[in-house]
Design a binder for this molecule. Structure first.
Ligand SMILES: [Ca+2]
Ligand SMILES: [Ca+2]
Length: 196
């Protein structure tokens, strides 16, 4: 009999139904549904869930708890500069490389001296997405491209904005793969220039 355990003792995890077999999914071949019951308010932002069976215990799955108003959901079509999805920082984007060779382009207004910070979460959330992050200026010139970081497939970048304007960034999949399980998150932060 398998059970799912949470690292916070105030969170009860109930498995709904049994282990379901799914065919032809690149992310795995079995699936379970769980229900979380919070016995009291918790302070953590991230929880860790582990599947425990008689034979073994799985690696932890990180479950991120978002606050209301924090999330921007990706909206297709967003495959190019002209259809880029407008976003406002700070936010966390929840997106999917929905099909092979999908490109997701986002656009935001920035001011000279702004410190832009982008952090993509995919591998860290145990998805199979291998994301590439590219940053472009208003004239669509590539400013920076990041694939892997040391020890992780999840790219991050920091950039100091040279002049006011629209900036674009895109998420693509390194192996041109895609599908419903190729999800990712992007943490978008902007620190304005320090006043002199
Ligand atoms: Ca997409
Ligand atoms: Ca897209």
């Amino acid at each position: 009999m398998s059970q799912v355990l949470c690292n916070n003792p105030n969170v009860e995890v109930k498995i709904l139904g049994g282990v379901k077999k799914i065919a032809n999914q690149p992310g795995g071949d079995t699936e379970i549904q769980v229900e979380l019951n919070f016995k009291q308010k918790i302070a953590e932002k991230n929880l860790e869930l582990r599947l425990v069976s008689k034979e073994s215990t799985s690696e932890p799955l990180i479950l991120i708890i978002d606050l209301p108003g924090q999330i921007t959901r990706e909206m297709e079509p967003n495959d190019g500069f002209s259809t880029a999805q407008k976003i406002q920082a700070p936010t966390v984007i929840e997106g999917t490389i929905g099909k092979p060779q999908d490109v997701d382009v986002y656009c935001l207004e920035l001011k000279q001296g702004d410190n832009l910070e982008l952090s993509v979460w995919a591998s860290r959330l145990k998805t199979i997405t291998d994301p590439i992050l590219s940053l472009y200026d208003s004239e669509k010139n590539l400013l920076k491209l990041v694939d892997d970081m040391s020890g992780s497939r999840d790219p991050e970048l920091k950039y100091v904005i040279a002049k006011d304007g629209k900036y674009y960034f895109s998420i693509t999949e390194a192996n041109d793969q895609g599908g419903p399980v190729f999800s990712y998150r992007v943490d978008v932060k902007v620190q304005p220039a320090a006043k002199k």
